[in-house]
Design a protein around this ligand. Structure first.
Ligand SMILES: Cc1ncc(COP(=O)(O)O)c(C=O)c1O
Length: 494
């Protein structure tokens, strides 16, 4: 058993209750952030003087690209930087500045950036057949087989263009399989940006309010339950059973927004039991956790067997076309498109010209093989343990209210608690206050992100850090030294 645990990125499961208590505390306190004079110095001396090529590029781009960049997770304060080199644990911007990369392209880079073993296979493929053919390719099978061999619940697999698309497909399959329409998701969780799942985004209880551009009617069959609350889930399942039943429960297994709000170790198992009791399919979203928490995913770590699993990011190894849906044969049959496509049962409408393109499949296959062979999952997790331990010592050193924790190689450094608010509809007059607070805290989160960036640390939105197999202990003191310098300049923001 102990040996088996070593295969996972998580060495010891966190105390979710204690982390939640600390986060509850954090949002009651005034905001602590980089002091305005230090931020101004970063803006003038670093961004103003050392990032001039980025600035010139973004000034032109903003004219034709809305906001100047096309990634929601790009840094905007004081302006986004342009990067043109990525290697292992490092990123380089167009001005030649070097950074530790804790964004990892938003999650896919479990091996570190641009590993030679994968790149060489991609180049080999490009020389022979180019990136796509629109027809079956050997690596389409090899990748599907590797994924099915790694995760027990995944008996069949279908590649799609993105995690968002896989979530959309999963809803259709679940509805066809159960003949029910209703979908439940955990408040705050992100399952891509499709209409029906743009519900309860970021803030639990926020319902449709964060889904600008989506008609409210789209959410007729979508509801959310409070994270880590089995009673609330059962209440919603019961309510749905009086209206015909629930087709599926979507679960980000480690907690919403990649565990920003961590759940108890037994929570996923509890969700599975309730799904079985009420006849709903359990859909685990492993877009971030798959091949990062373990070769068998977060589902392997928590000992659950979902009916369907959503894949994304790492399954194309950082190359385009990263999405897929896997699961039990009896449900996956609704996706058959080739032989058996005209079967007796109806077929879920899914598609994608570039889905399962050879370039995505070759990259994904060799990435997953190398993750397994090199032990990148536990190595990235162990590095993250040391990083968070060091960051917590610095938090104590400067008596800051910050909360830092990790689930394997997924680290959270919550300085403002911007992601920890929830909306209580029994007190709807509190909603404007929640939105005001989260917006002020998010702005300071961005200021912290700018300080990290200026000290050579790229994070995800100034509050999340992914580690990879490319990190090693020799980098630790240098990284922690940079955090030390930043934290020394933090004060209460008035
Ligand atoms: C848990 C989770 N599910 C789904 C998605 C959507 O994936 P994609 O960006 O590939 O559409 C994401 C993206 O970050 C995610 O984190």
């Amino acid at each position: 058993m102990e040996q088996q645990k070593q295969q996972f990125a998580i060495s010891k499961y966190l105390d979710a209750g204690e982390v939640t208590r600390q986060l509850d505390e954090l949002i009651k306190l005034p905001i602590y952030s980089i002091k305005p004079s230090a931020l101004k110095e970063y803006e003038d001396e670093y961004f103003g003087k050392k990032c001039t090529k980025s600035k010139a590029m973004i000034d032109e781009a903003i004219d034709i690209i809305p906001g100047g960049v096309q990634h929601n997770l790009a840094f905007n304060h004081p302006f986004p930087l342009a990067f043109n080199k990525a290697e292992g644990a490092y990123l380089y911007d167009v001005d030649g500045n070097k950074y530790y990369d804790f964004l990892q392209a938003g999650g896919p880079i479990v091996l570190g950036s641009n590993p030679k073993v994968v790149r060489e296979k991609v180049i080999e493929l490009l020389e022979i057949c180019g990136p796509s053919t629109g027809l079956f390719h050997e690596y389409e099978y090899k990748l599907a087989k590797k994924i099915c061999d790694s995760m027990e619940s995944v008996e069949m697999f279908r590649m799609m263009g993105s995690g968002t698309e896989a979530c959309m497909g999963a809803i259709r399959v679940a509805r066809l399989a159960t003949k029910n329409k209703r979908i439940l998701k955990m408040g705050g969780a992100y399952h891509g940006w499709s209409d029906q799942l743009a519900y309860g985004i970021r803030i639990p209880g926020s319902k449709w309010t964060q889904a600008s551009g989506v008609p409210k009617k789209m959410f007729k069959y979508t509801d959310e339950f409070f994270p880590n609350d089995l009673n609330d889930l059962e209440k919603k399942l019961k309510r749905n059973s009086m209206k015909g039943g629930t087709a599926a429960v979507f679960l980000e297994t480690i907690g919403p927004e990649s565990g920003t709000r961590p759940v108890d170790y037994n929570f996923p198992k509890g969700v599975q039991e309730l799904c079985r009791k009420y006849g709903a399919l359990l859909i685990c979203d492993e877009v971030v956790s798959g091949f990062r928490i373990g070769m068998s995913g977060a589902q392997g770590y928590f000992g659950i067997s979902p009916d369907l699993t959503i894949f994304g990011k790492v399954i194309a190894g950082g190359y385009p076309g990263a999405g897929g849906l896997g699961g039990k044969r009896e449900y996956m049959k609704y996706l058959s498109s080739g032989i058996g496509g005209e079967a007796k049962h109806p077929k879920a409408l899914v598609g994608g010209t570039m889905a399962a393109a050879p370039i995505s499949c070759v990259a994904g296959y060799y990435t997953i093989c190398e993750i397994e062979k090199s032990g990148a999952i536990p190595r990235a997790g162990q590095f993250a343990d040391k990083l968070i331990d060091g960051v917590n010592k610095l938090i104590d050193k400067y008596s800051l209210p910050f909360v830092a924790f990790n689930q394997g190689s997924i680290c959270h450094l919550d300085t403002t608690g911007a992601m920890h608010f929830a909306i209580n509809w029994s007190k709807p007059w509190g909603i404007p206050e929640v939105l005001k607070q989260t917006s002020a805290r998010k702005q300071e989160m961005e200021h912290m992100g700018a300080a990290y960036m200026a000290e050579g640390i790229v994070t995800l939105a100034g509050s999340r850090l992914y580690t990879s197999g490319a990190y090693d202990d020799s980098m630790l003191d240098d990284i922690l030294g940079r955090f030390d310098k930043i934290f020394a300049n933090v004060e209460e923001i008035k």
